[in-house]
Design a protein around this ligand. Structure first.
Ligand SMILES: *[C@@H]1O[C@H](CO)[C@@H](O)[C@H](O)[C@H]1NC(C)=O
Ligand SMILES: *[C@@H]1O[C@H](CO)[C@@H](O)[C@H](O)[C@H]1NC(C)=O
Length: 623
């Protein structure tokens, strides 16, 4: 028989070893557990809204905060502080202008073409208070695509920033023909038929409009339209419901943000990261947001020190630009403790930590329109998200085998997809269900259908196709590998290859174009490249090509490289073959076909010679 002492020792040793085993096998158990509790708590709040039909939307939350903390700075822009009450009153004024004139009614969609600034937020909130859906237009979009944007979201009113009115000059008549009423953020304008808004805002009352106007009964009512470059054709208007806005607004909070945080947002507000996560998240916590018109690497840390910034929003490129700045003695002197964003690569991540201290970098993976989101709350370098047993119960996602050459998921003999093994790259799909709905794109059933993959594992099932190749390791860390299909990312924007192809097709000497993205060392994402076939009897004209690209395509979508081909290869399913082209890149010493490079200094596509190639890969040439 064992003595009590031995028995107790054995028991203690047992407990100790279980604890050690748990620490070894599940080193993130408690971190996962507490993170999940937060997510569930937030989820319950949303469920209660659904059940009681008493929805507290982001705008409701803003109005609550304006009543509770009226004098707290909400936005800081160009050194000026705007309190919650300031923006509350200014957005009331915007609402009053339109309410008085009956320009819009509850349920209408209004388009906004504005740069970052406090008035972006005031106009957006003013329209929300009237019960309108707001469509954010990308300020880089060129005229042809812009006209299309109106058609897809059905907006009849456009509000345009003072600095952007001139960019509309050539399409103003088209907009007016379509009876779109245009309001410029100016006190006077020389364009006939354009209304001024600034003067009317100044005169309007700052009293709130009736609360019934903004009341909704379903979280699934559309709230915003945010344009994304889709896999096909022109920009698509992703339908953002109140449900998605509320989920995104919980981002900072889930990562441990509080009312004491000061958030730095240098990203454009017409993207969901800055508007939904940034502004929405600031409101949710009752914090302060330092808003920038544009990101500036040289001002970044000075701004952070000046405003006591604690959290910043990023895209991968932004962190790289910061690392490329000359080293300073005070690089580590700041109060920033967290970065929230996506697309940070491992090498930049490590360098960023070395230079600027141990800032917790929280990757947030999720597309604007998607029904799935990953968060890397552990902060493990190189991972975009973290999954575990419980997470998989809440979010039904799967990685399936993908054939890169044929550019489609691998099907087994029964015609179904196959999940990859742990550690292998696969296409990320997310099951569409009542819990994880996919709201699709405004005005296009066809486009919505294209993002849905059906009969994946069984007849009749449906999954949202993210178009991203990911891998999940044994520990449940998820890493981004590549983007498949017809989009790539460059300078933080999605580029739809078909949209670029269509525009290149308008050049007289191009018979056929195949657009894809190639990796350029030292750069995030992929740079645009086009393989083209010339029309018989025509030759390549670098100057004409340059003028065309600059006139009709936004900066990030212009092909940096052109490859002239004799014929175009197709995949087994008659899609243009891109895989080989992407793999062979743009190196003139390995490619025999003529190559050209978009040279802004010469305003022309010039021959891509080996010296030019060298200066590009060594980072000496501005892209
Ligand atoms: C614009 O309004 C005018 C006058 O109300 C109307 O005759 C015309 O059909 C409208 N055009 C469009 C494209 O809706
Ligand atoms: C930043 O923090 C310091 C010290 O805590 C304080 O003196 C300063 O006023 C703060 N600056 C701003 C802009 O809040």
């Amino acid at each position: 028989m064992l003595s009590p002492v031995t028995w107790v020792t054995a028991l203690l040793a047992g407990i100790f070893s279980v604890h050690i085993a748990q620490r070894l096998r599940f080193p993130y158990f408690w971190k996962d557990f507490f993170f999940l509790l937060k997510i569930i708590r937030y989820g319950i709040r949303l469920e209660i809204y659904k059940l009681t039909k008493r929805v507290v939307t982001v705008i409701d939350r803003f109005i609550q905060q304006a009543a509770e903390i009226p004098n707290k700075p909400f936005l800081i822009y160009e050194g000026v502080s705007y309190t919650y009450q300031d923006i509350e009153k200014r957005s009331n004024k915007v609402a009053q202008v339109f309410a008085k004139r009956g320009t819009v009614k509850k349920g209408d969609t209004v388009a906004m073409l504005m740069s970052n600034g406090p008035d972006f937020v005031s106009v957006w909130f003013g329209l929300s208070k009237l019960g309108c859906s707001v469509a954010f237009l990308n300020i880089n979009i060129k005229s042809r695509s812009l006209l299309h944007c109106f058609n897809c979201c059905g907006a009849k009113v456009l509000i345009v920033g003072a600095d952007l009115l001139d960019t509309l000059e050539d399409i103003l008549p088209n907009l007016q023909e379509d009876n779109i009423s245009i309001w410029a953020m100016k006190t006077e304008t020389s364009y006939p038929g354009v209304n001024t808004l600034m003067d009317k805002i100044e005169e309007a009352s700052d009293k709130p409009v009736a609360a019934e106007l903004r009341a909704i009964t379903s979280l699934k009512a559309p709230n915003l339209y945010i344009f994304t470059s889709g896999t096909t054709g022109l920009p698509k208007a992703a339908v953002i419901t109140h449900l998605q806005s509320l989920k995104a607004a919980g981002g900072f909070w889930a990562y441990g943000g509080t009312a004491d945080d000061v958030i730095y947002t240098p990203l454009p507000l017409y993207h969901s990261a800055a508007s939904l996560v940034g502004i929405g998240g600031t409101i949710e916590m009752g914090a302060t947001c330092v808003l920038k018109k544009k990101f500036s690497a040289s001002q970044f840390w000075n701004d952070c020190r000046k405003y006591n910034v604690t959290i910043f929003q990023y895209i991968g490129e932004l962190c790289r630009y910061l690392c490329n700045q000359p080293k300073g003695e005070n690089d580590k002197q700041h109060k920033v403790h967290m970065g929230v964003g996506n697309g940070l690569r491992q090498d930049v991540w490590r360098e960023f930590h070395r230079r600027f201290g141990k800032i917790r970098m929280c990757e947030l993976y999720g597309s604007t329109e998607g029904n799935l989101c990953f968060m890397n709350h552990i902060g493990k370098i190189g991972s975009v998200g973290r999954s575990n047993f419980f997470y998989k119960i809440i979010f039904k996602y799967v990685l399936v085998k993908y054939d890169m050459v044929r550019d489609e998921p691998v099907k087994n003999q029964q015609g179904f997809c196959e999940p990859v093994k742990s550690g292998e790259s696969g296409l990320l799909l997310s099951k569409i269900s009542a819990q994880s709905p996919f709201f699709g794109y405004a005005g296009s059933k066809q486009l919505t259908e294209k993002k849905i993959l059906r009969n994946v594992f069984a007849e009749g099932d449906a999954y949202f196709n993210t178009g991203d190749l990911m891998a999940e390791d044994e520990e449940g860390f998820i890493a981004f590998k590549d983007r498949v299909g017809d989009t790539f990312r460059w300078k933080g924007e999605n580029v739809a290859t078909t949209e670029v192809t269509e525009i290149l097709g308008l050049v007289d000497f191009i018979q056929e174009a195949n657009v894809y993205g190639v990796e350029v060392p030292g750069n995030e994402g992929k740079a645009g490249m086009a393989a083209i076939i010339l029309r018989p009897e025509f030759s390549f004209d670098g100057k004409k090509m340059f003028d065309h690209a600059v006139r009709d395509l936004p900066t990030y979508a212009r092909p940096l490289f052109i490859r002239i081909q004799e014929s175009m290869e197709m995949t087994g399913t008659f899609k243009q073959q891109k895989f080989q082209l992407v793999a062979s890149g743009f190196n003139p010493s390995t490619i025999e076909e003529p190559l050209y490079f978009l040279d802004y200094s010469q305003k022309c596509y010039v021959s891509l010679t080996t010296p030019v190639y060298q200066s590009i890969v060594e980072g000496k040439c501005k892209l």
